[in-house]
Ligand binder design. Structure first.
Ligand code: GP9
Ligand code: MN
Length: 650
């Protein structure tokens, strides 16, 4: 190429190259759903707008060499940010948030999982950097610019104009984009990954500041809301049925309800769990939803312990590990229980060592409590069978009553398992993740069965209730194609996606005899009040957002952390209101007519009116209040043990 005649400055070349690369990644490597042409257009322009904004800064450098250096390092840094997000996305189907950057200690523990997320041809994603690097070194005299002040100001003005144009279109396409905190994908689609990171960092610092400014004034409103709009008034007939029994809680890694009573290659996937469905001593909740977000297992633990929602960004275990809580472990501790967690993983993972103290867990049996070697490990560490086996000695020598949580690990992405541990074959689809999932689920099922047998042999079984709960989804929407093949559907619709967020929930009460399958809509937010009631412990003075799963006067919906919800009649997701039974979108006109009849104050704006809207408002209110408790660390202002304290004062 004749560079003498080709006079395009490097900052323009770099903007184009980097913009094209970013666009290709958005379009083909991240799984961003585009609903209309406007979204397509915004997604197309935003990579170039951001690239120009960054590279155009270079014109302010006087020296050619500085200008070139700025451009090449910006290209490299930008590419790395994109790439880290891509690797993260492959695992979590989400974008990195500022709090997660402080969870770097988790990254080291990912071990083999991370290798499956880095692919050889990823190196091509740095092709533009190589070209920019080459040009900046070889042709600085041709490709650098030396603008007058007016030229520089013009470049800057152009940057901001483009950015403003982008934001304007984004705001038009998605009103209140910047005030909605729930959806990172919308942000990335509309303003690009880099602007999203800037936004995210700003929000994160705001969160940090919030605690400082909270003074407890917010509490009366929250307590009133919880008492009026959440808590059930009636006590269930099962109140106190498990009084003084040990509570053995088993957290089932990455399992989803679709495997229950289902087959793969003609084989039952979970024979043991299936035997509990319909068992006379077991309640099985078939419409029980996980409500976790980025904090995965830790979010599920947070929900169970506090009946508060986890955060929409980062893992609350990390970001707010030092808050005051009124956790299940702490409450049971006050009732004379000894509370422990068993989990054969590094104690710092998900900041558990710190957070468990805040929750009132007395002892944490982490990796160090187990004999872990190459022979008894796979994937993330100690396999579930030796895990339960080795836990028995601790459990047997424990003071009773105890509340012990067991967190399984073998059924974790990427679902590795040796041939000899696999009792069933893998599935056959284009997703190795889904294919591998089934044998590890079966392994976990067998491990749980073995544990039940050991509990029986040890004599602990009769004095305990056993809760088994799936922590969160295992198969993300990146595997929808394989999933639709497995489920025999044409596609996985947003409705199906929500239904796939159901995870198994069993409450096994040995000798009870009254067990059944319960179909009402329930979720992880309900576990704390449910267990407390089974144990006969009052929740009157507590602040929480779920309901006893055994009562009928419940708040009527389960909120997912992204603002979607499941009510008795509807499922709201992706801006669509579905009929929960049929999976059909609910026609908004119908509602519009109804609404017009009974609400004369409504004027014209009916296209957004669906029966989901009033529930949606409650969902958002609940999530917001729960968030406020966490952000403001509001429980530091609450005296949950009024009676006890009065005693102490005397
Ligand atoms: C880590 C284990 C798995 O200790 O709980 O965590 P996850 O990745 O599922 O959140
Ligand atoms: Mn998990």
């Amino acid at each position: 190429m004749n560079f003498k005649r080709f006079k395009m400055p490097l900052f323009i070349v770099a903007s184009l190259l980097f913009g094209i690369k970013t666009y290709i990644m958005y379009r083909f490597m991240f799984n961003l759903e585009l609903e209309n042409q406007m979204q397509e257009f915004i997604l197309f322009i935003n990579p170039f707008v951001t690239a120009f904004l960054i590279f155009a800064i270079s014109v302010w450098f006087k020296k050619q060499s500085r200008q070139m250096k700025f451009i090449r390092y910006s290209a490299l840094a930008g590419s790395l940010i994109l790439y880290f997000n891509l690797v993260f996305y492959r695992s979590f189907n989400d974008f990195i948030t500022a709090p997660q950057l402080f969870q770097a200690s988790n990254m080291g523990d990912l071990g083999s999982s991370i290798l499956t997320l880095i692919w050889v041809y990823d190196v091509l994603l740095f092709f533009d950097v190589a070209v920019i690097w080459y040009l900046s070194r070889k042709k600085p005299d041709i490709l650098a610019v030396s603008y007058q002040k007016s030229g520089k100001v013009f470049a800057l003005a152009m940057s901001f104009l483009l950015l403003a144009g982008n934001f304007f279109l984004a705001e038009m396409e998605r009103p209140q984009l910047f005030t909605r905190a729930f959806d990172r994908e919308y942000l990335v689609k509309n303003i690009g990954l880099f602007n999203y990171h800037v936004y995210d960092a700003a929000v994160h610092s705001k969160v940090k500041t919030q605690r400082v400014f909270a003074d407890g004034n917010e509490l009366p409103e929250i307590t009133e809301y919880v008492d009026d709009k959440v808590k059930s008034e009636k006590k269930s007939p099962l109140h106190g049925i498990a009084e003084d029994k040990n509570v053995i809680f088993i957290s089932l890694e990455s399992i989803q309800s679709f495997v229950i009573n289902n087959e793969v290659n003609g084989e039952e996937i979970t024979p043991f769990l299936n035997s509990l469905v319909g068992d006379e001593s077991t309640y099985y909740f078939e419409n029980f939803y996980h409500q976790t977000e980025q904090g995965k297992t830790s979010d599920s633990e947070f929900l169970v312990e506090n009946s508060l929602y986890p955060l929409s960004r980062g893992a609350v275990f990390f970001t707010h590990g030092q808050n005051e809580y009124h956790g299940l472990s702490e409450i049971l501790g006050e009732e004379g229980y000894y509370s422990t967690v068993f989990h054969a993983n590094n104690k710092s993972f998900w900041n558990r060592d710190q957070m468990y103290k805040s929750l009132g867990v007395e002892d944490f049996y982490g990796e160090a409590a187990y004999e872990v070697n190459a022979a008894n490990s796979v994937g993330w560490g100690l396999k579930d069978k030796p895990f339960f086996d080795q836990s028995m000695k601790y459990l047997q020598s424990m003071e009773q009553p105890f509340y012990s949580k067991f967190i399984t690990l073998t059924n974790h992405f990427p679902f590795e398992l040796s041939e000899e541990d696999s009792s069933i074959d893998k599935y056959d689809s284009n997703s190795s993740t889904l294919n591998n999932f089934f044998p590890t689920v079966r392994y976990m099922d067998e491990a749980v069965e073995q544990f039940f047998n050991q509990l029986k042999e040890s004599g602990l079984y009769e004095d305990s209730i056993i809760v088994l709960m799936g922590d969160h989804y295992g198969i993300s929407e990146n595997h929808n194609k394989a999933m639709s093949q497995y489920l025999g559907k044409d596609e996985i619709t947003p409705y199906d996606h929500v239904q796939l967020q159901r995870v198994p929930m069993f409450i096994h009460i040995p000798g009870h005899g009254d067990g059944k399958v319960i179909s009402k809509v329930t979720g992880q937010i309900d576990v704390k009040p449910t267990l407390l009631h089974l144990l006969g412990i009052s929740t009157e003075d507590d602040i929480y957002f779920g309901n006893d799963m055994f009562v009928d006067d419940r708040k009527g919906y389960i909120a997912l952390r992204n603002g979607d919800f499941i009510s008795n009649e509807y499922i709201s997701t992706s801006g669509i209101c579905y009929n929960r039974d049929t999976g059909e979108p609910v026609a908004s006109e119908e509602k519009a007519e109804e609404k017009a009849e009974d609400d004369t104050t409504t004027s014209g704006h009916n296209q957004d009116e669906t029966p989901c809207n009033p529930i949606k408002q409650k969902v958002e209110k609940g999530l917001e209040m729960s968030d406020n408790i966490i952000y403001g660390d509001l429980f530091r202002f609450v005296d949950f043990n009024k009676t006890d304290n009065t005693k102490n004062d005397q």
